[in-house]
Design a protein around this ligand. Structure first.
Ligand code: 26W
Length: 845
């Protein structure tokens, strides 16, 4: 019997400070952590100290589940998904972990009883913004759904020291500020220094003969770095599964540089350390636009090599042979950013583990699956041969070998079809030679998928057309989804509560259950409760808008919102053309009645994307004029919310009446913001693009505002030679707007400011704004009419939420698990580790 047990009556159960979930225990644990981790007592503690104390309290509870999960997976021959992604746009952990641990209420009580405010503490967290936009956020939703569905998974990525930049708006322009998310420490990660691996770069290759007389290739690198893993537990909703997100940080490799130390070049060795750490210093802030920078290829190779070495270590540690690697793991390539993994796995198997080429190729092809997220030609990754070969000489050889064998096979199937060979080749030889990463990913994978039905069809008929002809079964569709835990339960608690009060809370794990709300559309009590929640959410956003921008907006006006990365194909400037249309109508007829609207924009522009930055200036400039014009006061407001990120987006979706999804048809692969809006009861105005098509199918044509050219129309118009000027001459209101922009009406008389934008629209207009303008404005007029009938609008709003079941990321992950990965859930039982290990019994081997 331990001393503690003798001191307490047998019947009394003491909750462990680090696992207990009752309010008293949570309070004690927080006080403990404040003292022993932050080194503070209440009189001198800051809000951030309290946040940290709470975060560690939650983390303790996470760790118990994380270790139980590890134990359930270890050695059990469990098949695992490895999600390889250069980006994970996680957003803040605290609120989400409280929801998934099912301790939001007790923690809120414990915090309030301590005289603190939970919302304020949650707001302290610096979000890990380790992604640009859609692709990175999708990876985060998928990690959460994998855990919620109890599917064994590891996310592998990069621990960028600086994530996506913070955005400030100065004089209407975007200014980028470095994102110092780690400056106060990150309580959610656990350093695993003993699992570090080495990654080589540069140098040359040479042949050598083994003692058995076999000819092999050796890579003699120029330098090597160390990859150090930091693990973040990703907890599922109300399950014990906490999977691992393993992010790699680059450091200098002492073993590789030991000669320097031996030669006494101490400063040289330390200097090498700083250079090494540059590799994972910063996230490249571009999306849909490659820059071909060497450091980016280094980043990609670095994290993929670390991850594959880690997977091989796990596999061998379980006593398996590498011939069965693909049975243990399936590796999903999140776009082509990790595609160099195909060549790296071949190198590891053939060069480092002496596997015959053909066996290694079979293992490799059965390991990888590739998701395509974009059709834009400027976003398709390709690396100049010279750059690639200098950095990864052995990988270039391997790629040539894969290519040769592959093209030999193609040649047999399509004799004398040079066009086919040129299109399928892993090497682009049309001018300067490049490695084509989409082709490498396609050849090296057992499955290829697009991210929405329309997108997957376009993948088959455009970018990967020749691969589709070669392997007609290989390309499939998995429509994207978003997690209802973050995007409804956490960000719209009032709506979640209202829904649960009517249909129970089963919908959180099974979003199709929202269908039951359809029966309530004629229930006037429910409808007015629905309206009240929306109004309350709009009031909250209005307050934030005032705090962030100083602009006062009317919460009873229609909130018309477009939040996403700023890009010409997403057409934020088409939205602006509509705003100016309304403004001009009011100026021409000041007494005209109209549905008051508040236009809200948010989003970052890639720092080197001139046109996108000018689009931000356009929005803020039009806002300056409109917001200060007494003629339109009370009817029009234009707001640009600075620093759109996961944290700042959470209050936005619940407050929207209208969701703008207006990309040129064929350009937006899927979109996921469109799903978040609709789930939260916003109606969509949108083109037939990406997942809009499926959202409209799900919610019904009558509950969706459709406009614009279809993919076929777009192709036909471009084929016949699109002339934007024609539309300028055809529509006088459009002509008027373009002329206003040219003449400085929105730029204090400056006729040059918007010239690049205007000229682009008049003489090129690659995204067909002018062709879609009229249809868009007419559709917006239908939106206004519909909004005027609040009862009908509310019905449509409820039906949008009720029919969004398909767009849960749980459904997406189930599709991947069943149709692609062939993985099954592994439930995890919770264990009391502290009691079980009391007295620290070490088992020495
Ligand atoms: C190399 C530069 C670069 C960086 C990122 C090129 C391309 C990307 C991503 C593929 C861009 C991206 O985030 N694509 C978005 O992926 C989402 C998730 O599938 C989709 O919903 C969006 O439609 C798509 O634009």
């Amino acid at each position: 019997m331990t001393a503690q047990n003798t001191a307490l009556p047998n019947t009394m159960q003491v909750e462990d400070d680090r696992t207990g979930l009752s309010i008293g225990t949570l309070r004690r644990a927080m006080a403990d952590n404040l003292f022993y981790i932050q080194g503070k007592y209440p009189d001198i503690a800051t809000q951030n100290d309290y946040y940290m104390a709470l975060a560690y309290t939650v983390r303790d509870r996470l760790l118990q589940r994380w270790l139980a999960t590890r134990e359930a997976y270890d050695g059990a021959g469990v098949r695992m998904v490895c999600y390889l992604s250069a980006e994970f746009l996680l957003g803040p952990h605290l609120g989400n972990n409280l929801v998934n641990l099912n301790i939001y209420q007790p923690v809120e009580k414990a915090i309030t009883e301590s005289g603190l405010n939970l919302d304020q503490l949650i707001a302290q967290e610096e979000e890990p913004g380790l992604g640009n936009g859609g692709l990175g956020r999708l990876a985060a939703c998928y990690m959460e759904s994998l855990a919620s569905l109890e599917i064994p998974a590891i996310g592998y990525g990069i621990r960028y020291e600086f994530g996506i930049f913070d955005q400030e708006i100065c004089d209407g322009w975007q200014v980028e500020i470095t994102d110092k998310w780690l400056q106060y420490g990150n309580p959610w990660e656990i350093l695993q220094a003993d699992s570090a691996v080495e990654v080589k770069f540069g140098g040359y290759t040479e042949f050598y003969t083994t003692e058995q007389g076999e000819q092999r290739v050796r890579w003699v690198p120029n330098y090597a770095l160390k990859g150090v893993p930091y693990d973040t537990p990703i907890l599922g909703y109300r399950v014990n599964t906490a999977n691992t997100l393993r992010l790699w940080k680059a450091e200098a490799s002492e073993s590789f540089n030991f000669q320097r130390f031996n030669q006494g070049d101490y400063y040289g060795a330390v200097n090498a350390k700083t250079t090494a750490e540059n590799l994972t210093k910063v996230l490249y802030p571009n999306d849909e636009q490659i820059q071909g920078k060497e450091l980016r290829l280094q980043q990609q190779y670095f994290f993929v090599s670390c991850s594959l070495q880690d997977m091989i270590r796990i596999h061998l540690a379980e006593g398996n042979r590498l011939e069965t690697f693909h049975e243990k793991f399936t590796a999903q390539l999140n776009d082509t950013h990790p595609a160099v993994g195909v060549a790296e796995l071949m190198r590891l198997l053939v060069d480092e583990h002496a596997m015959p080429w053909d066996t290694a190729w079979q293992v490799t092809q059965k390991t990888f699956a590739y998701t395509n997220h974009t059709l834009l030609p400027e976003a398709l990754e390709k690396w100049p041969i010279g750059l690639f070969g200098r950095l990864l000489p052995r990988h270039l050889e391997i790629i040539y070998e894969i290519n040769q064998r592959f093209l030999d096979q193609v040649q047999q199937q399509f004799p004398d079809d040079d066009g086919k060979l040129a299109a399928l080749s892993l090497i682009d030889e049309s001018g300067e030679r490049y490695v084509r990463m989409a082709n490498l990913a396609s050849v090296g994978s057992y499955s290829i998928n697009g991210v929405a039905a329309l997108h997957s069809e376009l993948v088959k008929s455009t970018v990967l057309k020749d691969f589709h002809q070669l392997w007609p079964q290989k390309i499939t569709n998995v429509t994207n989804g978003v997690t209802p835990r973050r995007w409804l339960v956490l960000s719209n608690p009032q709506l979640a509560e209202l829904i649960t009060s009517k249909i129970g809370n089963g919908w959180v794990q099974d979003l199709d259950q929202l269908k039951q709300l359809e029966a309530l559309v004629n229930d006037s009590g429910f409808c007015s409760a629905w309206q009240q929640v929306k109004l309350a959410n709009k009031q909250r956003l209005a307050q934030r808008i005032l705090d962030f921008t100083g602009i006062e907006v009317d919460p009873t006006s229609m909130f018309d919102i477009q939040v996403k990365r700023i890009h010409e194909y997403k057409r934020q400037h088409l939205n602006v053309l509509h705003i100016i249309t309304l403004y001009n109508r009011l100026k021409a007829n000041p007494t005209q009645t109209m549905v008051p609207r508040t236009f809200v924009f948010g989003g970052k522009a890639a720092p080197g994307y001139f046109m996108a930055k000018l689009m931000i200036k356009l929005i803020t400039s039009v806002g300056e004029v409109v917001n200060h014009d007494p003629d339109v006061a009370g009817r029009l407001k234009v707001v640009f919310l600075p620093d759109y990120n996961v944290t700042n987006s959470q209050p936005v979706y619940p407050a929207a009446d209208l969701s703008e999804q207006i990309s040129t048809a064929g350009k937006e692969a899927s979109g996921t913001g469109n799903m978040k809006f609709s789930m939260n009861g916003a109606l969509t105005i949108g083109t037939l693009d990406g997942a809009n098509v499926e959202i409209r199918d799900a919610v019904g044509d009558e509950n969706f505002f459709l406009f614009g050219l279809t993919v076929e129309d777009v192709m036909a118009l471009k084929d016949q030679g699109y002339q934007p000027k024609k539309y300028y001459h055809r529509h006088s209101s459009l002509q008027n707007i373009i002329d206003q922009l040219s003449s400085g009406v929105f730029s204090q008389g400056d006729q040059n400011l918007f010239r690049p934008l205007v000229d682009n629209l008049l003489y090129q207009d690659p995204y067909l704004l002018l062709a879609d303008y009229q249809a868009y404005v007419e559709c917006q007029d239908r939106v206004s009419q519909a909004y005027a009938d609040a009862t009908h609008w509310t019905r449509m709003s409820i039906l949008n939420s009720a029919r969004m079941g398909k767009f849960s990321s749980d459904r997406s992950i189930r599709d991947y698990a069943k149709n692609i990965w062939q993985v099954k859930p592994v439930p995890v039982k919770l264990k009391e580790y502290i009691q079980a290990n009391a007295g620290l019994q070490v088992n020495t081997p």
